[in-house]
Design a protein around this ligand. Structure first.
Ligand SMILES: *[C@@H]1O[C@H](CO)[C@@H](O)[C@H](O)[C@H]1NC(C)=O
Length: 269
């Protein structure tokens, strides 16, 4: 399917990733101030954690603001696993993010990434969501470490991590999604392309890459073709349009607080 193909087979992302990995040779640490500062910082962290634990009776002190860069880094930490698929959870995290968001329906203003309704049956067993449990389960490690983040924000952020860590464009992101309480909030089946129609791009017999009907439409349809040609020639334009569209997808139907501005989270490489 599109997302899988995007990360696996998109030459632009790959080339870009290679560029980063060859150019970014780590610089030696400049001074001893860094480990010192680190020690002081972690010391403070421990102290404030204690403080928050002690002040249970005053709920106003309980909410330590989430540092979304820390959450981002943690997700980036668990992306790789040699025992899973071709070694990365990136593609399946991205698919989770888009299948959570892609249920949005403009006419009824329902669905979208707000609610994280895929935690519940029947949405978890919709055909289009087959194979996504493994992504949701893996992200539970992050939820445990940062319990304040909602599942809905976590899944959405995981999509951003998957794209950025693969060398894709920077996607502006903001928190504000809430978690629904029960399956009554689930969206009806049929709002997403079926997983069965978008399997692997690998021909199991020959191990060759193949094109799916959606890929063929990109070159057979005149309108799509013009974008394919444009993006093939202009990576910057491709990245800009992709980042804009992905952010828009992730924000459909989300009740953001008007003071929450989109933020840029830094890739870990
Ligand atoms: C977002 O999700 C929460 C939890 O399910 C719900 O109460 C709220 O109405 C939703 N907001 C919108 C705009 O859909």
């Amino acid at each position: 399917m599109f997302t899988r193909q995007l990360l696996r087979n998109n030459a632009l992302f790959r080339v870009n990733l290679r560029k980063f990995s060859t150019q970014n040779t780590p610089k030696p640490t400049k001074s001893k101030a860094v480990p010192l500062a680190f020690l002081t910082f972690t010391g403070l962290g421990a102290a404030s954690y204690f403080y928050y634990q002690q002040s249970d009776s005053k709920p106003t002190f309980l909410k330590k603001p989430l540092n979304y860069q820390e959450v981002y880094n943690k997700i980036a930490d668990i992306l790789e696993d040699v025992d899973y698929d071709d070694g990365s959870y990136g593609p399946v995290f991205l698919r989770l993010a888009w299948h959570a968001a892609g249920t949005y329906d403009l006419n009824t203003n329902t669905g979208g990434s707000n609610g994280s309704t895929m935690r519940f049956n029947p949405e978890s067993s919709h055909g289009a969501n087959a194979g996504l449990k493994i992504a949701r389960d893996r992200l539970e490690q992050v939820k445990k470490e940062f319990p304040a983040i909602t599942h809905a924000d976590l899944w959405s952020l995981a999509g951003v991590v998957a794209i950025q860590e693969a060398g894709g464009p920077i996607i502006k992101w903001r928190p504000g999604r809430k978690d629904a309480d029960s399956e009554t909030a689930c969206t009806p089946d049929g709002r997403l392309p079926d997983a069965a129609l978008g399997q692997d791009h690998e021909d199991k017999a020959t191990k060759e890459l193949m094109m799916l009907p959606a890929d063929l439409a990109f070159i057979n349809d005149k309108k799509f073709k013009s974008f394919v040609t444009l993006y093939a020639k202009d990576e910057k334009k491709f990245f800009e349009d992709f980042a804009y569209s992905f952010q828009k997808l992730e924000e459909l139907g989300v009740p953001f607080d008007e003071n929450t501005k989109p933020m840029v989270l830094k890739p870990t490489f």
